[in-house]
Write a protein that binds this ligand. Structure first.
Ligand code: HEM
Length: 141
């Protein structure tokens, strides 16, 4: 559970992303597929080098889901339930991939926000994204 201050840090960063979900999401996926090529096996339908339109479309979906999570930090399980069913039961994404995506998320934030991305913001986002990943992977059990 995030503290009030951690929630404030998450919301502050989200205000800078909101409205640019496709661009941030595309960069997130590009970093993920390039830095950790093993993640690409789940996205065979995107082609070997996914084109920008494909990255933008899926990136927007992923970041919009993160935006929903930002609005429901105290009720993540309920807010993300259909997405958890999808990742666990339909897509069967290995949970080991989630920390890789979180790593890319931090780098994406740092590259855009630079000095504005404080240590406290990184800590709050790490905790928040880890909670999101836990919810998206817990239905495996
Ligand atoms: C689909 C969010 C992590 C693989 C999706 C969708 C969303 C989403 C919103 C689209 C759902 C729909 O179309 O109804 C997230 C979030 C994540 C996350 C918020 C973590 C914070 C991952 C990871 C992988 C992954 C780590 C694998 C490396 C996929 C795949 C699809 C998908 C293969 C289906 C793509 C398609 O049908 O074109 N995800 N995801 N996701 N996700 Fe995730």
């Amino acid at each position: 559970m995030l503290s009030a201050q951690e929630r404030a840090h998450v919301a502050q960063v989200w205000d800078l992303i909101a409205g640019h979900e496709a661009a941030f999401g595309a960069e997130l996926l590009l970093r993920l597929f390039t830095v950790y090529p093993s993640t690409k096996i789940y996205f065979k339908h995107l082609g070997v080098c996914p084109d920008e339109a494909q990255l933008l479309t899926h990136g927007q979906r992923v970041l919009e889901a993160v935006g929903v999570a930002v609005q429901h930090t105290d009720h993540l399980r309920a807010a993300l339930s259909p997405l958890a069913d999808l990742h666990a039961q339909v897509l069967r994404v290995d949970p080991a991939n989630f920390p890789l995506l979180i790593q890319c998320f931090h780098v994406m934030l740092a590259s855009h926000l630079q000095g504005e991305f404080t240590v406290q913001m990184q800590a709050a986002w790490d905790k928040f994204l880890t909670e999101v990943a836990m919810v998206l992977t817990e239905k495996y059990r």
